[in-house]
Write a protein that binds this ligand. Structure first.
Ligand code: ADP
Ligand code: MG
Length: 615
């Protein structure tokens, strides 16, 4: 079924393993591969024809995990031990999810810190990484069962707005499940690939990917140019999806039946399942009739559409926002791609087609399309599609903090990845033995307005005068968008590196806000930057002057010392509250005063040095 190759060392036949594509979804997860004969992407199905595995984990009394449909049965009856939507917690701290705490029916531990969140089930604690790894392990086992071969290598998809912490967490979950994660791919990129977009060299397309899943909605605007996928904008609502439709239907039925109090757990579960059934049925017919216990329930397509209209309108507003963020108009969009099970609802499809004024791409199953695209990517990585290279780009700029708290960008936003940049820095103080390297992500000029990703010390720099050490800092963003920072003092060879695993994540709203802030604050930032630079220059000058006076006091006249003292005091005073122009003027006048004697002293030092030398 897969390629056969011969192991030269042993002479034996080796079956080359295939790389699978995995859609690790909030509601459902699944695996796809490129079919070895048809060369087309296909999802892996169980005998019963099921491809989707609900992303639900149930822990029994002994802490044994069950994943998928089996686990889903316990959602309502054992809410404390049944974990759903673990994906929402990936790379997050409790503070990040605090406002949505009531959404989780299981225990999310409030440790009031910025460290990564944990979940309690029974008397055990689990990180979202572990929880996702249970799902991935289940997918791996199923895939091996279906393919009758080992599966160890995978491509996993994540939402376009996932930050480094969330991507790293996803990768770690894969590792924990025994998978070698070759690539993390954006879901909208995968969906575009499944539709064959971006596969032609020289092709430039602007694509809107509308993804309405079980619990989340996001829309991404991509620009595809010769295999490079650039995310121009993302928008959405991380708490809006098909589950809201189900809940709204249940409430509608309950009010029609005059059932005012919330039904008991089992009954509530039955209502919810029936509502989902009705919703799916109405995607293909005009009315639904069913029963929950002894209660007859019914729903017409018309009623259903009225119920969900507000949700759909909200998603349309998000699309409009995304377009304006990308500074595009509707006519700029070449293709619209439908992703997520909830886009099967005709009202949703029509609303999106109406907005964009064109037919949407919906020929592939919307809940399979991301996995199919992941399989296409896996195939490219396996080298089966040699003249095609898939590139992604960095969503936010990456840089380090330099003197005065300024952001020095090494890798600008929208750089193609993988990407590597090196730059040289030096020390500020004589004999400085270590250098603190703080890594930031964001668009603002001042680091404290950006997000700190990591911090480390380059130690063991041999004692040298300020400015002499050559510290080379290199940033490497690998193909998964993970950043590796290296610092090396080139004269001595001491070096240090970190792989950036941020402590906690940013929400998609925050990423967007950071981008917006950088635009609205650009002017302020420039002014602040100019002031900080002037102050930094002033500090260096003050240091040098004090140093110089300390060493050469007896070579200076009383007048020179006094004038210097005054200029130093004025500059020190302005450092606290002076404007950029004032600081610069004070620098100028201190320079004016010190230049004559500095030159005199230098000349003397040179002639002293020359005396001892035989020419
Ligand atoms: P996610 O990306 O969140 O993991 P999916 O893309 O698998 O989720 O979408 C799951 C959602 O799609 C569920 O709310 C489910 O009820 C809904 N869904 C699936 N099939 C249909 C259908 N035929 N009509 C309407 N909604 C559907
Ligand atoms: Mg999805």
């Amino acid at each position: 079924m897969a390629k056969i190759s011969i192991n030269i060392a042993t002479g034996s036949l080796q079956q080359q393993e295939m790389i699978v594509g995995i859609d690790l979804g909030t509601t459902n997860s699944l695996v796809a591969i490129i079919h070895p004969e048809s060369k087309k992407p296909v999802v892996l199905k169980e005998h019963d024809g099921h491809a989707l595995v609900p992303s639900v984990i149930h822990f029994d009394g002994t802490g044994t995990a069950t994943v998928g449909d089996e686990a889903k049965k316990y959602l309502i009856t054992e809410p404390h031990n049944t974990i759903f939507s673990a994906k929402r917690l990936m790379g997050k701290s409790y503070n990040d999810v605090r406002e949505h705490a009531s959404f989780f029916t299981y225990k999310v531990i409030d440790d009031n810190t910025e460290s990564l969140v944990k979940v309690q089930a029974g008397n055990k604690f689990y990180s979202p990484i572990e929880l996702s790894s249970f799902i991935l392990k289940e997918l791996k086992t199923r895939a091996e069962h279906i393919l009758k071969t080992q599966v160890t290598r995978a491509v996993i998809t994540v939402p376009a707005y996932f930050n480094d912490a969330q991507r790293q967490a996803t990768r770690d979950a894969g590792k924990l499940a025994g998978l070698d994660v070759l690539r993390i791919v954006n879901e909208p990129t995968a969906a575009s690939l499944a539709y064959g977009l971006g596969m032609d060299k020289g092709e430039v397309r602007t694509v809107a990917v509308y993804d309405l899943g079980g619990g989340t909605f996001d829309v991404s605007i991509l620009r595809i140019n010769s295999g490079i996928f650039e995310v121009l904008a993302t928008n959405g609502d991380t708490y809006l999806g098909g589950a809201d439709f189900d809940r709204a239907i249940v409430n509608y039925w309950l009010s029609k039946l005059n059932l005012n109090e919330t039904p008991a757990a089992e009954m509530a579960q039955a209502f919810r399942l029936q509502a989902e059934e009705a919703k799916k049925h109405l995607s293909v017919s005009a009315s639904f009739d069913g029963k929950v216990g002894e209660y007859p329930v019914s729903l017409s397509k018309r009623e259903f559409e009225d119920i969900i209209m507000p949700f759909v309108e909200k998603t349309i507003q998000c699309c409009t926002n995304a377009l304006s963020d990308a500074q595009l108009i509707i006519g700029d969009i070449d293709e619209v791609i439908m992703v997520g099970g909830s886009t099967r609802v005709p009202l949703v499809k029509n609303a999106v087609a109406d907005l964009f004024g064109k037919k949407v791409n919906d020929s592939l199953n919307p809940d399979e399309v991301v996995a199919l695209g992941a399989a296409v990517q896996a195939d490219i990585l396996a080298g089966n599609n040699k003249d095609f290279l898939l590139l992604d780009i960095t969503p936010l700029s990456l840089g380090i903090e330099t003197m005065g708290g300024l952001m020095d960008v090494l890798i600008p936003r929208n750089s193609k990845i993988p990407s590597k940049v090196s730059r040289q820095y030096t020390t500020q103080k004589d004999g400085q033995g270590s250098m603190r390297i703080s890594v930031y992500q964001g668009e603002r000029d001042i680091v404290k307005d950006n997000r700190k990703l990591a911090e480390f010390n380059l130690t063991g720099i041999p004692g040298m005068p300020a400015g002499l050490p050559k510290v080379e800092i290199s940033f490497l963003v690998n193909a998964d968008g993970i950043l590796i920072v290296k610092a090396k003092e080139l004269r001595s060879g001491v070096e240090q590196s970190v792989e950036v695993k941020p402590q906690y994540g940013l929400s998609d709203e925050e990423v967007e806000k950071m981008l917006l802030d950088s635009i609205t604050n650009a002017k302020d930032d420039m002014q602040v930057r100019a002031l900080v630079e002037a102050k930094t220059e002033a500090r260096i000058l003050l240091d040098m002057t004090n140093n110089f006076i300390g060493k050469n006091r007896e070579l200076l006249t009383i007048q020179e010392l006094e004038a210097t003292e005054n200029a130093v005091q004025r500059l020190e005073y302005l450092l606290i509250s002076g404007s950029k122009d004032e600081v610069q003027a004070a620098i100028e006048s201190l320079n004016e005063i010190s230049r004559p004697y500095a030159e005199r002293v230098m000349d003397q030092a040179i002639s002293v040095a020359m005396k001892g030398k035989k020419i």
